[in-house]
Design a binder for this molecule. Structure first.
Ligand code: ADP
Length: 852
């Protein structure tokens, strides 16, 4: 009896228990496919996998037939057998007669089973025989088991794939988020983003366009597919990206879009452009942070039928958001660095502008700096001419250009507009701007494309304009305008300073010319007495070479001359006036004063001629007075002699009158002579005088007259010895004058008091009487020459004698000694005359002696 077949030998058992390597799905599926062929004793087999996107089954693996010979199978069940298999989820078979035609593996007998797992159809398993043998129910059961095992392998592989995709995605994200944001460099951020995009997608090219300071300006990168990220980043060009309509939509909506030739997706214009570029498909992504578009990225596909997958889109978007953040960071860093650099350069311009007095150099430097800051082709500065009609090109930086003789009318061009309106202006496309005049280019030799122009103003007054010409990328921005305005402010300050300096120099030279040319001699020194200026008159008068004298001490220039000592002295209080004599015996009336912040100035007036006239006058007066005295003496002598003769009373009276008249004439003449003598000789011989001696001598001299008028004279001598420097005979006449006035104007029996006291610096002498006092209206006049008060003629029959010269002389002498005289008096209450004179410190010889 034949041994009953064991369960292990049954096809069903083998189908259910055949071991597969789930980690190698391809091997597992092909070995299951071979097993299925064996078990069903078929010659051919094929596994189809379901593609949800296409709604069809595609051949994956085959046995006994090339896979290329197999077509797709529609999931809508075009074939009745497939329809039955899908709806019943059971295996089914057909032969040439019963519907195998149209199925994969036909002709012959074809069986089909659904690959089902977890209630989902993953694919279809076909086996085919040559028709000599039909498939039994048992075979179909085995096929169902094989198909479901395959479904499990496919499901496992799919799950595995999605997990590894997740892992792939996470790795990429991790790498991108490390590589991109750290770059701090715009171009590197773009390169890194592009590299990661290439790794994440199967695109042949990735292009990134970054908007730069306004739409329309692009930086373009094109990269080629390689292996590692580094190898992938191949920059192929910077041509402008074609302006597809879809690009604008993507930027506006901030959402990605795809276009492709096969199947056709996108507008006709987009597709035409794509074809022209030689591309088959493109995925366009916005490069944006939040709602701000920084640029655009394109994934480009060369092969028809290829397109970005959903997973790739998802990955690309994630990488682009990282890229956008990195790019923005890089832009921020760049902007911050550029700002810092700008500030530094502006600071430098400021320093140069305020420290350079050579305006041309300063402005030229400013234009060079500005040109570099703006990265413009050139920066030029126009200044308004004197009548305010033309703008003259004064300085330029950057591109070599002709600046000589370039002048434009105030009504012309962009510069004219800015000067007239005093407002900055940016013109980024000069050709379409009506203000632009190409004639200016002809003059400067530049081909202008873009212009930034700012006004140059100071204190509300327009001085000119500054122009930046030709931005490297054709776009001047508000930021550039701010920079140029700062340069303009500094330039205005420099212009202002230069004007001020010019005015000061002009004024100085005018003043110098006046000083130099003036007829008076002028010597100017600094506070330490070094010569600043010796004018023409002074250098002639003192025979000095004024150039050689400059900066040398005055004492070296005026050797042994009082001028040299005074200009250098620390002890003199200024102003001081004195007469100095020049080497050629000219007499100069000199006033030396201090000029705050400068030093000392000696202004000297030549009074030689006046001196000579004065001398002649005194000589004439002296001779005349002298000559008058002799005949007067003769008259007086005659009158004296006649009195001895026998005369009538009337004759005697007349003779007495004659005597008195001649006496007073003689006094007057003596007084005049004395006045002339004292006033004409300014040089007083100074010697130390004891105040006490002077006073005492005068009192003693006049005591007889005082006693004849029954006056009392009181004098309280000072305790300490008081010294003054002066001419003893002149000072004595001062005391005599004051005392004799007190004696003569006071009614008999009066009291006359003399005091002398002192502080450290001055001696004060007073002479007071109990006389009639001086009427208020006469006080200002009593020191005038020849003035005599009403008191002298109180008794017209017996007038008080005098010449009216005494007090005038007294005042002259006191002033010659550096002193002052004044009076305190009230009508009817007596008078007090005060004299103040500089005190000479008493030599301390006594104490020295005692020590010996
Ligand atoms: P003279 O004494 O020759 O008149 P002075 O020049 O000395 O001339 O004085 C001028 C005038 O000042 C006097 O005429 C007198 O009117 C007035 N005067 C001067 N000293 C006294 C005094 N001690 N008391 C009153 N009047 C005086």
């Amino acid at each position: 009896m034949a041994k009953a077949p064991s369960i292990q030998d049954s096809g069903l058992y083998r189908a259910a228990t055949a071991s597969v390597d789930l980690n190698n799905p391809a091997l597992a599926l092909t070995s299951l496919l071979t097993l299925a062929t064996d078990l069903l004793r078929a010659s051919r087999a094929a596994l189809y996998e379901y593609n949800e996107g296409e709604g069809a089954f595609s051949p994956r693996y085959s046995h006994g037939v090339p896979i290329g010979d197999l077509g797709k199978v529609s999931a809508s069940g075009d074939h009745p057998l497939v329809r039955t298999v899908l709806s019943d989820r059971r295996a089914s078979a057909g032969d040439d007669r019963r519907g195998s035609l149209g199925l994969p593996l036909a002709p012959g007998v074809v069986a089909c089973a659904p690959c089902v797992t977890g209630g989902q159809i993953m694919g279809l398993l076909f086996v085919g025989g040559d028709g000599s043998r039909t498939f039994e129910d048992q075979d179909l059961l085995t096929l169902e088991v094989m198909a479901s095992r395959m479904a499990e392998v496919i499901a496992f592989a799919r799950q595995n794939a999605s997990q590894s995709y997740l892992f792939h995605k996470l790795t990429l994200m991790y790498q991108a988020s490390h590589a991109i944001p750290g770059t701090r460099d715009r171009e590197e951020a773009v390169r890194q983003t592009a590299g990661h995009l290439l790794k994440a997608t199967s695109a042949d090219f990735v292009e990134i366009k970054v908007f730069d300071e306004g739409p329309g300006l692009v930086t373009r990168f094109r990269q080629q597919l390689g292996r590692s990220i580094k190898q992938q980043i191949v920059e192929t060009g910077r041509d402008p990206m074609p302006d597809y309509p879809i690009h604008r939509e993507v930027i506006q909506a901030l959402k990605p879009a795809t276009i492709g030739l096969q199947p056709p997706i996108g507008s006709a214009k987009d597709l035409a452009m794509l074809e022209e570029e030689g591309m088959a498909a493109a995925a366009i992504f916005p490069l944006a942070t939040g709602s701000r578009a920084l640029g655009l990225a394109r994934m480009l596909y060369l092969q028809r039928g290829r397109q970005i997958t959903d997973q790739e889109t998802e990955l690309a978007q994630a990488i682009l958001s990282i890229g956008a953040v990195g790019l923005q960071d890089a832009i921020h860093v760049e902007t911050a660095e550029a700002r810092a650099n700008q500030l530094q350069v502006l600071g430098e311009i400021g320093r140069e502008m305020t420290s350079t007095l050579d305006l041309e150099v300063a402005l030229e430097n400013a234009m060079h700096h500005a040109q570099r800051l703006l990265q413009a082709e050139a920066c030029v500065l126009f200044l308004l001419d004197e009548p305010g009609e033309k703008l003259i090109l004064k300085a330029s930086g950057g591109s070599q250009m002709r600046i000589r003789d370039v002048a434009i009318g105030l009504e012309e061009g962009i510069a004219g507009w800015v000067a007239r309106n005093r407002r900055p202006l940016i013109v980024n496309d000069v050709r379409s701007n009506p203000l632009y005049h190409s004639s200016i280019d002809g003059q400067t030799g530049l081909l202008t494309t873009s212009v930034l122009c700012v006004p140059l103003e100071t204190r509300g007054q327009i001085l000119g304009v500054i122009e930046g010409i030709n931005h490297p990328r054709g776009m001047f921005t508000e930021g550039d305008q701010q920079v140029l305005s700062s340069v303009a402010s500094w330039s205005a300050i420099a212009l202002d300073n230069a004007n001020l300096f010019r005015r000061i120099v002009e004024e100085r030279s005018r003043l110098e010319a006046t000083l130099v040319e003036t007829a008076d001699s002028v010597v100017l020194t600094d506070p330490s007495g070094r010569i600043i200026l010796v004018n023409k008159a002074a250098s002639q008068a003192f025979r000095i070479n004024s150039d050689m004298a400059a900066a040398r001490p005055a004492s070296e220039i005026f050797v042994g001359h009082p001028l040299g000592e005074l200009l250098m002295s620390d002890e003199v209080t200024f102003p001081i006036s004195l007469e100095v004599t020049t080497p050629s015996d000219r007499v100069l009336y000199t006033t030396i004063s201090e000029v705050p912040g400068v030093g000392r100035v000696a202004v000297m007036q030549d009074i030689t001629a006046l001196k000579q006239i004065d001398l002649m006058r005194s000589q004439l007066l002296g001779t005349a007075a002298h000559d008058l005295k002799n005949p007067l003496n003769a008259i007086r002598l005659g009158a004296d002699l006649l009195l001895d003769a026998d005369l009538s009373d009337q004759q005697r009276k007349a003779l007495t009158m004659m005597q008195r008249a001649t006496d007073s004439m003689t006094n007057l003449i003596t007084g005049l002579l004395e006045t002339i003598r004292v006033e004409s000789t300014a040089n007083v011989s100074f010697e130390p005088c004891q105040v006490n001696d002077l006073v005492r001598r005068a009192i003693e001299d006049l005591r007889p007259i005082a006693e004849s008028r029954m006056h009392t004279i009181e004098y309280d001598p000072p305790k300490d010895a008081l010294l003054i420097m002066g001419d003893p005979s002149r000072l004595s006449s001062v005391m005599s004058n004051l005392l004799s006035n007190a004696i003569k104007f006071t009614e008999p029996g009066g009291l006359i008091r003399v005091t002398a006291e002192a502080d450290d610096e001055r001696v004060l002498i007073s002479v007071s009487d109990t006389g009639p006092g001086i009427p208020e209206d006469e006080i200002p006049r009593i020191f005038e020459h020849l003035f005599r008060g009403r008191v002298t003629v109180r008794d017209p029959n017996n007038p008080i004698e005098g010449t009216g010269l005494g007090l005038a002389l007294t005042k002259t002498v006191i002033e010659q000694h550096g002193g002052k005289i004044w009076v305190k008096s009230r009508d009817g209450e007596g008078s007090t005359f005060f004299v103040s004179l500089p005190r000479e410190p008493t030599p301390k010889t006594g104490s020295l002696r005692r020590e010996e």
